[in-house]
Design a protein around this ligand. Structure first.
Ligand SMILES: [Zn+2]
Length: 483
């Protein structure tokens, strides 16, 4: 059966596929909060059932000590490459609930948008991928390539056991390449191919200014207040323009090449609209376009601060402790371990002359940025598909966000990842009223079958050879050295 007929069938059955998506969205699979463990289990069962029903083999949960991943395989395309399909079934917490127009786990269509937590990130695109494989198997009885589906359950909580899972199931997960349903489109108007993403480092720290909270009448004006000091410390992280003010960290950021700047400039991008959509003013390091700031420069953000009394009424204390969480988006070429060390050293340098005691909660070592070369067969195939479906030459773009699996799977399994999600940048991921455009469902269902079909045109040896030739140079920083 021709791939056009597969696409046609998928488009005819959009309502049915949408119902599956809605079922999936009703499951509150928040990985970071144990209160949602029931939702996590329901999502696992839903996916296990679907993978079994579509006729995959080896369907199982892969346990790495945390929330398991859901796995299933189809190995009937002999002599063809094996493609891992990645998605994640967990979602961000829905808070603040009161900011949602309709409840986060009751998917609702308004103005051509499906509103629900996880609709954009990334259940919508995951369902597109699963429906595609199911359609090939039910209509043609085979897929163009061998398929291994891997659906993670901890993406939104930093993938703590992903390495374990992959290491314990290395044989099972062996593949030539990976396509990720996570990592979406950069533009609603132009076809784009994601060829990279920024890395991520995270850090939490506390400061102490006294042994206990103090009475503001008996000590006020005589001792340091932890919250005032926290404000001072946080203010020291950036200059007035919003550029990171940690010279050691910035020294590890490679300068932009002409080619990188040209690639970025090829994507029509309306900076004013980008900012207007979120009601914000342009800010940040000078000398770079917004997309350069977003994809090739680092970003250090305070994600939350807390301390003191915030309950009802008043409590006249001088708080003795304050806490903060930071995240650092890491551009290509920067070593995440060194970057986090630079932040820690900066915090120590600021705290010690203040006489403030600092404790840093041991952070993970961070994820480096990821890059995929344009000669990789995944990119070659995606270009053909998008040229055909969008009738425009796709632009190669990088993401500002982080998809840690790209790095982990490259490091542990030697596979490169093409991010082929169908979400769009304005869909309020991680925020209240997250949504997924209804029309993206059809666009994804048109492109995913064609992508698998294109990949099936490579025979195994040819695919491997092209992938090896397109392999990025070994990281000079040694991704594995810091565990
Ligand atoms: Zn996310």
């Amino acid at each position: 059966m021709h791939v056009d007929a597969i696409v046609e069938d998928l488009l005819d059955r959009q309502d049915e596929i949408m119902r599956e998506l809605f079922n999936f969205l009703r499951m509150p699979s928040v990985s970071t909060d144990p209160a949602f463990c029931q939702g996590m289990r329901r999502a696992q069962e839903f996916l296990l059932d679907w993978l079994n029903r579509m006729g995959l083999s080896e369907v199982q949960l892969l346990d790495g000590g945390g929330h398991p991943a859901v796995f299933g395989a189809w190995n009937g395309a002999s002599g063809k490459p094996t493609v891992l399909i990645y998605g994640h079934y967990d979602v961000m917490p829905p808070d603040p609930i009161e900011a949602w127009v309709t409840p986060p786990f009751e998917p609702t269509i308004r103005d051509g948008r499906i509103y629900a937590r996880g609709a954009s990130d990334v259940k919508g695109s995951t369902v597109i991928a699963l429906a595609t494989v199911a359609a090939f198997l039910s209509l043609r009885g085979s897929c163009p390539v061998n398929i291994k589906i891997f659906l993670e359950g901890e993406e939104e909580s930093g993938s703590p056991s992903l390495r374990n899972i992959v290491l314990q199931h290395k044989e099972l997960l062996q593949a030539e390449a990976m396509i990720s349903a996570d990592g979406g489109r950069a533009s609603a108007h132009f076809p784009t191919i994601n060829v990279g993403c920024r890395g991520l480092g995270e850090l939490e720290f506390s400061i102490h200014t006294a042994d206990k909270d103090l009475h503001s009448g008996r000590y006020g004006g005589t001792v340091r207040n932890a919250i005032h000091e926290m404000a001072r410390i946080i203010a020291s992280l950036h200059d007035e323009r919003g550029a990171i003010a940690i010279p050691v960290l910035m020294a590890g950021v490679p300068p932009l090449s002409e080619e990188e700047r040209l690639q970025i400039a090829m994507l029509p991008f309306n900076e004013a609209e980008f900012l207007r959509e979120v009601g914000a003013q342009g800010f940040g390091e000078t000398g770079y376009s917004v997309r350069e700031q977003l994809t090739l420069r680092p970003a250090l953000d305070v994600n939350g601060i807390w301390g003191g009394y915030v309950g009802p009424g008043s409590k006249t204390i001088i708080p003795n402790t304050a806490h903060a969480k930071l995240s650092l988006r890491i551009p290509p070429g920067q070593d995440p371990h060194q970057a986090l060390e630079a932040v820690k050293a900066h915090l120590r340098n600021v705290c010690s002359p203040l006489g403030v005691r600092l404790s840093i909660i041991d952070p993970n070592t961070g994820t480096p940025a990821f890059s995929l070369r344009k000669t990789h067969p995944l990119v070659v195939a995606a270009k053909k598909v998008l040229l055909q479906t969008a009738k425009l030459e796709p632009v190669l773009v990088r993401l500002g966000a982080t998809v840690p699996i790209t790095t982990i799977f490259h490091e542990l399994l030697g596979v490169q990842t093409l991010m082929f999600g169908f979400n769009l940048p304005d869909e309020d991921v991680h925020a209240p009223n997250e949504f997924f455009y209804v029309k993206s469902l059809a666009e994804g269902l048109t492109s995913w079958p064609r992508l698998l079909e294109e990949l099936g045109k490579f025979d195994l040896e040819q695919f491997r050879q092209m992938a090896i030739e397109a392999a990025p140079p070994q990281s000079p920083h040694g991704d594995t050295s810091h565990g």
